[in-house]
Write a new protein. Sequence first.
Length: 225
Amino acid sequence: MAQPLMPHATASWLVDNTALSFQQIAEFCGLHILEVQAIADDMAATKLTGRDPVRAGELTMAEIEKGQQDPNYRLVMQKGPDQLRRTKGPRYTPVSKRQDKPDGIAWIIRNHPEVSDGQISKLIGTTRTTIAAIRDRTHWNIANIVPKDPVTLGLSSQRELDAVVAKAAKAAGLEAPTDTRLEGDREALIEQLRAEREAAVRNADAVHVEESTYGGATFHDPFKK
C-alpha cells in the first residue's frame, strides 16, 4: 500500500486536525500505533511540523469524513508521492570503471572518428571537455591513456556501440563498418568442426573393417547400399 511522502509529519497533522483513530492514522501512514500515540502525547523526541495530506493531494476531506464516521474504515490514498526519476545527463559509471573512461574514449576517437563528441559523451558517460582534451592530446594523463574497446572495458554494450557507430556513419554518408573481429575465430571453428567430422568418419570406417573381419567371419556392412 502506498504511504505518504512524510509519514510522521502527516500523522502529526491528522492527529491535530481530525478525529481519526490512532489505528486509522497508523495504517494510513505505515506507522506503528504506538508511534502515533507518542506523536499525540508529544512524547516524540522533537515536535513534528504537521504536513497536510489534503493539500499534498494524498487525501481528500471526503475520505477523512468517511474515516471519522466509521472507526473501522481504512483510508485510501488518492495519489502516491511522485517517484524520483533520473534526470538527463551523463550515464552513471561505477567508481571502479571511471579510470577506464579515457581509454574507451581514445579507442572510439581512433577507430570511429565519425562519432561526435555528444554521442561519445552519452555512450561513455563523460563530459565533452574530457573528450576534447583527449582528442587534441591535452589531457593531463595523456601519456598513460591506451585506446581500449569500451565494450571490453565494460563501459557500454556491443549493441549500444554498434548503434552509435551506425548512426554516426549514416549521418556522415559513410557505409557502416562491419565487425570482423570474430571472423578468424569463426573460420578456425569451422575448420575444427570439419576435421572432427572427418576423423569421426575415418574412425567409424576403421571399426567397421575390424568388426567385419574379426574371427574370420564376414558381417553385413550396414553402411553399404
